[in-house]
Design a protein around this ligand. Sequence first.
Ligand code: AMP
Length: 290
Amino acid sequence: MQQVRNVKAMQRWALGMKKNGTTVALVPTMGYLHPGHTSLIQRARRKVGNEGKVVVSIYVNPTQFGPNEDFGAYPRDLKRDLDICRKEGVDVVFLPDDASMYPGKDSGHFSTYVEESQLSQSMEGGTRPTHFKGVTTIVTKLFMLTLPEFAVFGAKDYQQSAIIRRMTKDLNLPVRIIVAPTVREPDGLAMSSRNAYLTPEQRAQATILIDILKAAKRKVQASSSQTGLKTVTLKKQLEQAIQRCPLARLDYIAFFDPDTLDPLSTVRQGSHMALAVYFGTTRLIDNIRL
Ligand code: AMP
């Protein structure tokens, strides 16, 4: 397994792969890898086969964190991450640093960003206004540096995957976006590097996210497919359930069209639901197709 830290070396490698016709799949991550990430790596391998190459990028991207968010505290364990990548048969781990990803930023001489302006306004974008600008910028840069035919993202970050699909289409980027299902703990909590922040009491109550999503799905499936369910009514019931969970504080619940992310006043089977819940300062997100 190769480790590449230099951006020029990464791009040279990628151009070499293009030249000799080797297919590349990229899995972008911020590290502190868990089975959610390894499922993406395995999906990437299935797409390119043994002849192709799987690149995993590990980079905690500063521009997708807001000023009061957890950039400094974000968990990091490179040695463990490299062991996991080796075990998964990854070909290249790309480990860029801030100075090469954002050249001149410290002296105010970095000024080009990629911004999606519709899908990124609601939900995560409502609470984290600069988050997706950081995501679309770094993902574009990673695409340019690794020149993948496939890039694999997780359904856990549903809005992110929709924005990246839209960006790829809008900008004619020659990358096929693959979205892999959410990997969960045995009790249903979506795996996340941020779960490491939870106290044992918070961790025990964090199953409220999947409980609420499943409750909503049951209600929608029991409703008439003709009339569906009024979003306001459903939302109120779910909000009350979260209020009964002492350590949880709701950020948002949203019901939306799975492709356009447009909010829905009536929810039916096939509609999508997402939510964000705080436990102390830790913010967890999850989503489900209803
Ligand atoms: P992160 O390292 O949190 O930025 O995530 C890197 C990629 O892994 C993103 O595409 C995430 O959507 C995906 N991912 C994170 N957690 C999970 C999970 N539990 N199941 C599937 N994919 C995930």
